[in-house]
Design a protein. Structure first.
Lengths: 346, 433, 462
């Protein structure tokens, strides 16, 4: 008798628990890049205050982490939008399709530079991309000019390049879930690796990627999480450290931090907008078309984000440090959003 | 060998009286005694010093958050801009901008005008919007309105800003400083009580950020925790103490519960993540899940406090009840439980106070998102006060430092009230048998 | 009617049942049988009726509410237009979400087309029917129960025993919940940790010297090497906890000694609560204080002295953690020092010992096992502390014992690995569970040892 009651109660409890997850979701669920996070939150707040929709909930998970959550499937329990500081990769797109997320709208929102910043209390570093590669890669070409790799022996910036100060290499940067990391290794480290003719001549793409993209793990490079604000704080406290993050964070903290010169160009708004500063990349967000039609507010949120007062040259996002796209691109993406144009990837 | 002399005569080496040996060592021993006493006293003083250092540091950083700098603008509610059909989405920002331009008509150039607009918070337009939506008859009028200033201006007025630093190292350039000086000469800048801090939810702009969302979220979470943990905890304590047979199993259970009370809170967060979010599929970041996790964390505390309260009721009371014919259940319900209740309540209040300050488990279940709206129910996404403190502590704007300290002050105020209630309760209902 | 109103009605019915049962017990048998001859007090008969009425109906109520949502959704979906019904499950659940939003009056997305409006109306009407049916069923069930139990009321009915048995089962259920929590923690953490150990061998985890868990998350990405040797992380925890204990134990012990041996009553009554306040401050506040004030202070002092201090030195985090633990050590030691019988003290004084000598040579050795137990409990608290280290300690797993360098701890790694990536089958996420399991086991062992030592000691003075 007791046993039956016990079993019955447990069964009821379990059934009840499945019934609990039935509340309707009436807010937008956004995940993704920590670089785009400051921009998305501003738009979300504007959106929430000026319409009667609820303010979207935004989590900073990193571009890679965001894509993983986004591509897990279609449904109320999955995110509606993911922010990214790089374009979606083919492998991620394939995962999306395999899980049923077949219709994605890609929206580019602007450009952002990646800076290597340090505290204004010390002199700015003048780096070349070759220096960056030699300072941060796990395996570097043998200093004795032989065409083979050795584990990175350089301990100070001066070891890498005699013109740089004799400070130990201490770099705080993003983890592999971050789009900034992906963009950084592609734009800065790859070019630095190509400065070595024999690496550039490698036919095997995988081997090249292994050399150019692997970052050292002996403590000189510290993965500082998805919270770029935290890196900014740590740089203020530690003048010898260098941080890798998006230009917007530098722009918002110009009174405390400065960007290092890369290949002779200082990271400024105009230099990035002109394309002179070599380490800059576009920012995106991706929307599930299936969700856009059924979750309240997504269309209006997209309208707010793609409006001139947000992403235009005089918009509030520019004030936050985002570099706006040229007029033609803005028009293109605005029409894509209005039509919910699907992304096609070969 | 005994020398009958007293006093400080020096005996020779072979015949030292024990009294003299003792007397010689006395001064040293008394000194050691005094030293030891001072060590003890200085330990207490050191602890209290740390405590006061903590409080003073938080208070010094946070008291300025209760005031906010406001700018008085002369705003013309232009009927052309404010057309009836879409009052909610009209360009209020434009009204603010034109008002600023009128005050500083000599400012030209895109860069300079942008800097001029930057003196006033972006929340100004929302304030105007709310005014218009409430009383549409202000359209066409010109009114003097106090709007919040930008957080950099606010920091300047609160003295956190070094005016004399080089221009590149300041957030406000010389022109902006000149405009601000002119505004204060005109009496258009003032510090007022910061109501927004208590009425608004989180925001990206420090001058618009408030703790209301966090406080409501904490309240909802604690409500669930209280509603679940108090009855279950008291019932479990009563059963384990009064009715459970005393064998090896119950011993094991007691050890278990004692251990649970000492398990790090982050492990409860892992449990919540794996079971409530992953297995049951409850909504992420909801006070419901937070309350469930905190219940599991508080249960052992309440059970242990309950058990010790029940143990402290003397056997004579129990035996007297049994002696007049009460059943065991009646004895517990009518005699033991009411006497043990104050102890249980004290334990519950202390458990709730601990739950209020917990952050780690809530981090694991997703309350770290950017959530602006005030939660309306138990399944709405929300954050909690300690989590809000944690999030703001990471923000780089200088203005968030004072907001974080002020939020800590509010949290500490709640905790002090709860602990004081527990102490008063304990004192009032304490009975010496 | 709405479920809320129904619950109130059911509760009212239960109270009515109580009165009915009670009255019946008093009047059963007319004048021949008086109250004295009833087996139990009348209130128990009332309670029995109320339980008989209330519990089954509440169970049905709960079960119905849990299930009806799903049933109604199925019915509504079956009536949707063909094309929508054939959508894959996930798309369908989005549409259903929209319909639900429409029904509850929330804002909906976009235009409300007639099909959706029809579906929403259908949903609403089904819900109303369901609620009505529930009301009918539960109220009639309640009535039936009342009549049935009332009919059974006789003087010989052992109502009190039945009621007490039901209450006892309720109490047992609550206790089981508390026990299930432990089992739940162990199982959930263990399960994920086992999944982890299938990928990374236990020996590598426990003895490996390299901790770099940020593996690539895509096949075409190059991340860290995925080394999961946790020794540097353990060392970091040990270092910071060690510094904390170096701060907390002397200060805590000496305060306890002073308060129990030297202080007068008013001083003790004032100082003890103040020290207890240190224990009540949320750890996030300590973390903020450590990151904002203590760490820069140590850094500046270090640079004045010419030492190279990291901005997140283990010293800063350990110092603040030590301050937090002082009240633990203090109050636990206080209990044990007070437990030493006065006879021992008197004996020492009578031989001419000063107070400090008595304490050092008589009382402390006597209270030592208890103090050691208390210190072990404090150590387990320090090891499990999260917020202070998350805000003040670093993220780099350094294999060092230099307190001026930055180290990371087990709890920091758990938080870093889990905030963000939610995939439950990558070694990265599972590593966090493995760390959590280890933390749980270590604190468990420390607590068991501490309690054993304390318990064993306590018996010596009985």
């Amino acid at each position: 008798m007791r046993k039956t009651i016990f079993v019955l109660v447990t069964v009821l409890f379990m059934i009840a628990s499945f019934g609990l997850a039935n509340a309707a979701r009436d807010y937008i669920n956004i995940v993704g890049s920590s670089t785009v996070y400051p921009f998305a939150t501003v738009v979300a707040e504007q959106f929430g205050k000026s319409t009667s929709y609820k303010t979207p909930k935004i989590e900073s998970t990193g571009s890679g982490g965001g894509f993983k959550l986004f591509c897990a499937g279609v449904g109320v329990e999955h995110p509606d939008i993911t922010n990214a500081s790089r374009a979606i990769k083919k492998s991620e797109f394939d995962t999306c399709v395999a899980n049923g997320v077949k219709e994605i709208v890609e929206v580019k929102i602007g450009y952002d530079g990646i800076v290597l910043a340090n505290s204004k209390e010390t002199a700015p570093l003048k780096l070349t991309r070759k220096d960056i590669f030699l300072a941060l890669a796990k395996d570097v070409p043998d200093p004795s000019d032989a065409e083979k790799l050795v584990p990175n022996p350089y301990k100070t910036w001066q070891d890498v390049n005699p013109a740089l100060p004799a400070k130990s290499i201490e770099v705080l940067g993003p983890p592999p879930t971050s789009g900034t990391r992906d963009a950084f290794v592609e734009l800065a480290m790859e070019e630095g690796a190509k400065a070595f003719a024999w690496i550039k001549a490698l036919k095997d793409k995988k081997k090249f990627a292994a050399i150019a993209h692997t970052i050292r793990e002996d403590g000189a490079y510290v993965e500082a999480g998805e919270n770029d604000n935290l890196i900014v704080q740590k740089l203020e406290a530690n003048p010898d450290a260098v941080g890798i993050f998006g230009f917007s964070f530098l722009d918002q903290n110009m009174d405390k931090l400065q960007g290092s010169f890369v290949d002779g160009v200082q990271p400024t708004f105009d230099a990035i907008a002109d394309g002179e500063y070599p380490v800059s990349r576009p920012l995106f967000f991706y929307v599930k078309k299936a969700h856009a039609e059924v979750i309240p507010g997504i269309k209006e949120y997209l309208q707010e984000f793609t409006s001139e007062k947000a992403w235009g040259p005089d918009g509030y996002l520019t004030e936050k440090g985002m570099i706006p796209m040229p007029d033609a691109e803005r028009t293109k993406y605005r029409t894509d959003v209005e039509k919910l144009q699907n992304l096609m990837l070969q | 060998m005994n020398n009958s002399e007293t006093g400080s005569s020096k005996p020779d080496k072979k015949t030292r009286r024990s009294l003299d040996i003792v007397n010689q060592g006395l001064a040293r021993r008394y000194r050691a005694e005094r030293r030891f006493r001072y060590y003890g006293l200085s330990a207490i003083v050191a602890s209290l010093l740390f405590l006061s250092l903590l409080f003073i540091s938080i208070f010094a950083n946070g008291y300025s958050a209760f005031m906010q700098t406001f700018v008085r603008l002369n705003v013309f509610f232009d009927p052309e801009v404010l057309q009836q059909e879409s009052l909610a989405s009209a360009n209020y920002q434009g009204l603010v901008k034109s008002s600023l331009r009128k005050m500083f008509s000599d400012v030209k150039g895109r860069g300079d005008t942008r800097k001029l607009y930057g003196l006033v918070s972006s929340g100004a337009s929302f304030r105007l919007r709310d005014m218009v939506l409430q009383k549409p008859d202000v359209i066409g009028k010109t009114l003097e309105i106090w709007v919040p200033a930008d957080d950099d201006v606010d920091m300047l007025f609160k003295g956190h800003f070094d005016r004399n630093a080089a221009e590149g190292e300041r957030r406000l350039n010389d022109k902006q400083l000149a405009w601000i000086d002119q505004l204060s000469a005109d009496g258009r800048i003032e510090k007022k009580f910061n109501q927004t801090f208590f009425t608004a939810g989180d925001s990206r702009e420090p001058e618009l950020a408030g703790i209301r969302g966090a406080v409501v979220g904490s309240f909802l979470t604690l409500l669930i925790t209280l509603l679940l943990s108090f009855p279950i905890g008291v019932a479990a304590a009563v059963y384990l103490e009064e009715f459970a047979p005393k064998n090896r199993w119950t011993d094991l259970i007691e050890v278990n519960i004692n251990n649970l009370a000492a398990v790090p809170s982050i492990v409860f967060g892992l449990l919540g993540l794996a079971v409530f979010l992953n297995f049951f599929g409850l909504p992420r970041s909801a006070p419901l899940v937070g309350g469930l996790v905190l219940t599991l964390m508080t249960l052992p505390t309440i059970i242990i406090a309950g058990r010790s309260a029940l143990t402290s009721v003397p056997p004579s009371i129990r035996e007297a009840a049994l002696g007049v014919g009460a059943s065991k259940m009646q004895m517990v319900a009518h005699h033991v439980l009411p006497l043990a209740m104050p102890g249980m309540l004290t334990g519950t209040i202390i458990g709730m106070a601990r739950a209020l300050g917990e952050t780690a488990p809530l981090l694991m279940i997703g309350m770290v998102a950017f959530i602006v709206d005030i939660p309306g129910g138990f399944t709405d996404p929300s954050t909690a006060l300690p989590v809000q403190i944690f999030l703001w502590a990471d923000s780089p704007e200088r203005a968030f430092v004072e907001k974080t300290s002020a939020a800590i002050m509010v949290l500490l105020a709640f905790l002090i009230v709860m602990n004081a209630a527990a102490v008063i309760l304990r004192k009032r209902f304490e009975r010496r048998w | 009617m709405s479920p809320a109103t129904l619950i109130i009605i059911l509760l009212a019915l239960s109270s009515l049942a109580y009165y009915v049962g009670r009255r019946r017990a008093v009047t059963v048998g007319g004048d021949k049988i008086q109250i004295k001859q009833l087996h139990s007090r009348p209130t128990y008969y009332g309670a029995l009726t109320a339980i008989g009425c209330g519990i089954p109906t509440l169970l049905i109520f709960g079960f119905w509410l849990a299930v009806d949502s799903n049933v109604i959704t199925q019915l509504v979906v079956a009536d949707l237009p063909e094309n929508i019904r054939n959508l894959p499950d996930a798309r369908l659940n989005l549409i259903v979400n929209d319909i639900r939003n429409l029904v509850s009056g929330n804002i909906v997305s976009g235009e409300v087309d007639p099909a959706m409006q029809a579906a929403a109306d259908h949903y609403r009407s089904l819900k109303t029917t369901s609620n009505a049916a529930l009301a009918v069923v539960s109220i009639s069930m309640a009535m039936l129960a009342i009549v049935f139990v009332r009919g059974k009321i006789k003087p010989g009915l052992r109502a009190r025993n039945l009621v007490e048995r039901v209450i006892k089962y309720l109490l047992i259920a609550c206790s089981i919940l508390a026990i299930f929590t432990t089992i739940g923690i162990v199982l959930s953490v263990l399960y994920e940790a086992i999944l982890f150990f299938r990928v990374v061998p236990v020996t590598e985890f426990l003895f490996g010297l390299k901790w770099s868990p940020q593996m690539a998350i895509r096949s075409d990405q190059v991340g860290s090497s995925g080394a999961f040797g946790a020794v540097p992380v353990f060392l970091g925890t040990a270092l910071i906890s060690g510094i904390a204990m170096v701060v907390a134990v002397p200060i805590g012990l000496m305060s306890a000694i002073y308060l129990s041996e030297y202080a007068n009553k008013t001083f003790r009554a004032a100082a003890k609560p103040l020290i207890e306040i240190l224990a009540g401050i949320p750890t996030v506040v300590y973390g903020f204080f450590a990151a904002l004030t203590v760490a820069p202070f140590i850094r500046d002092t270090g640079s004045i002295l010419g030492l190279s201090v990291s901005s997140e030195s283990a010293l800063a985090a350990g110092l603040v953690m030590g301050v937090m633990i002082i009240p633990f050590v203090s109050s636990l030691s206080d209990d044990f020092i007070n437990a030493v019988p006065q006879a021992l003290r008197d004996g020492a004084y009578s031989l001419g010992a000063t107070q400090s000598e008595t304490i050092k040579q008589v009382i402390l050795p006597a209270a030592l096992p208890g103090i050691v137990g208390g210190v072990l409990l404090a150590v387990s608290r320090a090891i499990g502390e999260t917020m202070i280290v998350v805000m003040a300690a670093g993220l780099a797993a350094n294999l060092t014992v230099n307190p001026l360098k930055t180290v990371t701890t087990v709890t920091v790694q758990i938080v870093t690995l889990l905030v963000g990536d939610q995939e439950f089958d990558s070694p990265k996420t599972l590593a966090a569970f493995a760390l959590g399991l280890l933390l749980f086991i270590v604190t468990l062992i420390l607590n068991v040892i501490a309690l054993y030592v304390v318990r064993k000691y306590r018996e010596q003075y009985e």
